[in-house]
Design a protein around this ligand. Structure first.
Ligand SMILES: [Fe+2]
Ligand SMILES: [Fe+2]
Length: 139
């Protein structure tokens, strides 16, 4: 038996932002998965995989509101992966860390209509801290 969730209609701007957020989450999921695969350090591999899982869960939360699937950006996945391969994993992690910071603004705005956005925002902050710690260790 499935539980019916009452969802109030979203403003067009928020809906647009959610679809963009979904695209970012699923793209980040693939990038973190790839970075985890490219990492030799067991602990860091675990952290990157767990961040990837979070991103996929975030994607599902947004999907509950947008009611649609969104494809990842194949170009971004390709680009980030090769940047990390050419300039090193640490450089790739730094770029991802900056992306986590940027996303924050969006999530707080969406949070006015979608309460789960606040929890997502907290987890993105956590990702940022984990990435910074990883970058520091790799130096
Ligand atoms: Fe996320
Ligand atoms: Fe994140």
């Amino acid at each position: 038996m499935s539980k019916k969730i009452e969802i109030k209609p979203l403003t067009p701007l928020v809906r647009k932002q959610i679809i963009q957020a979904q695209r970012n989450e699923v793209t980040e999921y693939h990038i973190y998965k790839r970075l985890a695969r490219a990492t030799k350090n067991k602990k860091n591999k675990g952290i990157l995989n767990s961040i990837a899982d979070d991103e996929l869960r975030h994607y599902s939360i947004w999907m509950k509101y947008s009611g649609r699937e969104v494809e990842p950006s194949k170009w971004d996945i390709f680009k980030f992966y090769w940047i990390a391969m050419i300039f090193g994993l640490n450089f790739g992690l730094k770029l991802m860390e900056r992306g986590e910071e940027r996303a924050q603004i969006n999530y707080n705005e969406i949070g006015k209509e979608i309460p789960e956005a606040i929890q997502i925002s907290i987890e993105e902050n956590q990702h940022e801290k984990e990435l910074i710690a990883m970058i520091g260790e790799n130096k």
